[in-house]
Ligand binder design. Structure first.
Ligand code: GTP
Ligand code: MG
Length: 148
């Protein structure tokens, strides 16, 4: 099954949205395979957002991501990468549909609460970067009620 890297950003942690975001992924039927509260270094965040290093907002983005702990997680399930992105909503919360995490809880692109991998390739890269220690595999007992 496909896996995606989802992260609650510092504003999401400060605003008490960790439980809400976890709950949405749990209820949707995804399997939680890795989870931790982390305080990443500047170097680590620059690697995570390496593709954006030439953008004008990059220094501000790194500063924002360094402003507090983040919650890093890996969710597994059907079309996890694409579905995860749909659940987060558009990058700019002003354009995120109501019912999405950003569309329900955020207003500004520079404070958009959460991150989700944008492709299977990015997901594999991000999972390796954030969880080099790996994680346990287990069977989700309700799986036959979620997948055909
Ligand atoms: P992530 O899931 O965080 O990777 O967001 P995304 O994939 O929807 O967008 P992208 O990877 O292009 O940008 C990464 C993050 O940079 C966004 O989530 C925003 O927090 C921030 N960002 C993107 N565009 C802008 C912008 O125009 N201005 C500011 N201030 N921040 C931006
Ligand atoms: Mg992105």
């Amino acid at each position: 099954k496909e896996q995606t890297y989802i992260m609650v950003k510092p504003d999401g942690v400060q605003r008490g949205l960790v439980g809400e975001i976890l709950s949405r992924f749990e209820k949707r039927g995804f399997k939680l395979v890795a989870l931790k509260l982390a305080t990443p270094s500047k170097e680590h965040l620059e690697k995570h957002y390496a593709d954006l290093s030439d953008k004008a907002f990059f220094p501000g983005l790194i500063q924002y991501m360094l402003s507090g702990p983040v919650v890093a997680m890996v969710w597994e399930g059907l079309d996890a990468v694409k579905t995860g992105r749909v659940m987060l909503g558009a990058t700019n919360p002003l354009a995120s549909a109501p019912g999405t995490i950003r569309g329900d809880y955020a207003l500004a692109v520079g404070r958009n609460i959460c991150h989700g991998s944008d492709s299977v390739e990015s997901a594999n890269k991000e999972i390796g970067l954030w969880f080099p220690e790996g994680f346990a595999q287990y069977t989700l007992l309700q799986e036959t009620m979620i997948f055909e």
